[in-house]
Design a protein around this ligand. Structure first.
Ligand code: PMP
Length: 438
């Protein structure tokens, strides 16, 4: 037993894995056993472990300026350069960027930016946010209210009513379609539901719609063809902002620069980034908004004075320097197009598991995927499906492969972007073996 309260853990579980060190896409436990890190940590170590350039950048920045804040307009070169670089990369018009520490606090920031903005333009009632069933947007009190997974809401008296969170359907055709319903009919039904929700609540009370372009924690759900196009049409009709949470899907994960590109979402109004922003070498996040939203906020500050939101570590110089170097490596080494190729290979290899008797569905895009286990298989073994998923992940670990059991009775797969095709073979072989052992 240690004195740690473990995050996102069944607190009765005392079994621990002590991770000792990492190199490339592998980590090692205290006994020296090697594991292929098939989850890139928590969907984050895109450039793998022990990247010398990132370590050197971090050391140099630590030596030069260990800390400086951004309150009151103070800034530093890595912060300004990172903001410029991101503004150049993202599809948001005239992007302005607020830095934070985590995906959760970046989403909290967006909730506050929305309030500040709509107050600024004289629409203070436009505050509600539409999220989706099975969404994951973090665990702080505000972002946690946008999350829809029961474990993150129950027992915390969440969602917080004052936030005005509305929930609409999740676009998982496999689990959500009615008997005999086609994909196109499913999309029409759930986007009609979205529009009905907006009409019922009043568009003048709804600020934004938030979506992970492809979900992560709820089981890597890839929406059907045409879904986002219809969502965009509905939102445009009712003047509601489109906010993509790219904490997992940002930076080459789905076969393109951003998840919104892969899913055909044009020009989101707001985006959230963390994780692969620094390849997890430092906790840093970015809340990105349209330039004209920022301009309206500046007007508001004319009236109210200080924009009263900021974290001590907003724009930490070491985090900014590391993120900037991460972007340089992504672009210099063509990491995104390389990941698109290896991603296509991963999806093709995983497709063979569709025939496996333990598997109900295989889904994914690029270097993110999930294998959903089969209810009949669990029933035949007299066990719960969730338990079978945990056993499958434990088998993987015993076989030297780290994957993650996630919501939706699925095993998630999200290796570092630098994984090679030979290493993908190793990953899929070990996963197949672990499923066979079930
Ligand atoms: N949004 C999404 C889509 C996420 O997947 C996560 C974390 N997995 C978060 C937000 C929260 O990020 P963090 O854990 O850094 O607070």
């Amino acid at each position: 037993m240690t004195n740690i309260i473990y995050p996102t853990t069944n607190l009765l579980h005392t079994e621990q894995m002590v991770v000792s060190h990492g190199e490339g896409i592998y980590v090692y436990d205290k006994a020296g056993k090697q594991y292929l890190e098939g989850m890139a940590g928590l969907w984050c170590t895109s450039l793998g472990y022990g990247n010398k350039e990132l370590i050197e950048t971090s050391t140099q920045q630590m030596e030069k300026l260990t800390f400086s804040h951004m309150f009151g307009g103070k800034t530093h070169q890595p912060g300004m350069d990172l903001a410029d670089k991101l503004a150049e990369m993202v599809p948001v018009t005239d992007a302005k960027i607020f830095f934070g520490n985590s995906g959760s606090d970046a989403n909290d920031t967006h909730i506050k930016l929305l309030r500040y903005y709509f107050n600024a333009i004289g629409q203070p009632q436009k505050q509600k946010i539409i999220t989706r069933e099975r969404a994951y947007h973090g665990v702080t009190v505000a972002a946690g209210s946008l999350t829809s997974l029961p474990a993150n809401l129950q027992h915390f008296d969440a969602p917080l009513d004052a936030l005005g969170i509305l929930r609409t359907d999740h676009p998982h055709y496999f689990s959500g379609h009615l008997p005999g319903e086609s994909e196109a009919e499913f999309v029409t039904r759930i986007t009609d539901n979205l529009e009905q929700l907006i009409i019922r609540e009043g568009a003048d009370t709804i600020a934004a719609f938030i979506a992970e372009p492809i979900t992560g924690a709820s089981g890597v759900i890839v929406p059907p063809e045409g879904y986002y196009q219809k969502v965009q049409e509905v939102l445009n009709r009712h003047g509601i902002l489109f906010w993509t949470d790219e904490v997992i899907t940002g930076f080459g994960r789905t076969g393109n620069d951003f998840g919104c590109t892969t899913m055909g979402i044009e020009k989101p109004d707001m985006m959230t980034f963390a994780k692969q922003l620094s390849s997890a070498y430092f906790p840093i996040s970015a809340s990105v908004i349209r330039g004209d939203i920022y301009e309206a906020m500046r007007e508001q500050s004319n009236n109210v004075g200080v924009f009263g939101h900021g974290y001590t570590y907003s724009g930490h110089p070491v985090g900014c320097a590391i993120a900037l170097k991460t972007m340089e490596i992504y672009q210099r080494d063509n990491i995104f197009s390389q990941a698109a190729d290896t991603g296509a290979y991963l999806q093709q290899k995983l497709a063979t598991l569709r025939q496996h008797p333990m598997v109900a569905e295989v889904r994914g895009k690029g270097l993110i995927a999930a294998v959903e286990l089969c209810a009949d298989a669990a029933a035949s073994k007299n066990t719960k499906l969730g338990e079978l998923t945990n056993i499958a992940a434990a088998n993987c670990q015993a076989n030297g492969l780290i994957l993650r059991p996630v919501a939706g009775n699925s095993i998630a797969i999200c290796p570092p972007l630098i994984i090679t095709t030979a290493q993908i073979d190793e990953l899929v072989d070990k996963l197949t073996l672990s499923l066979n052992q079930l």
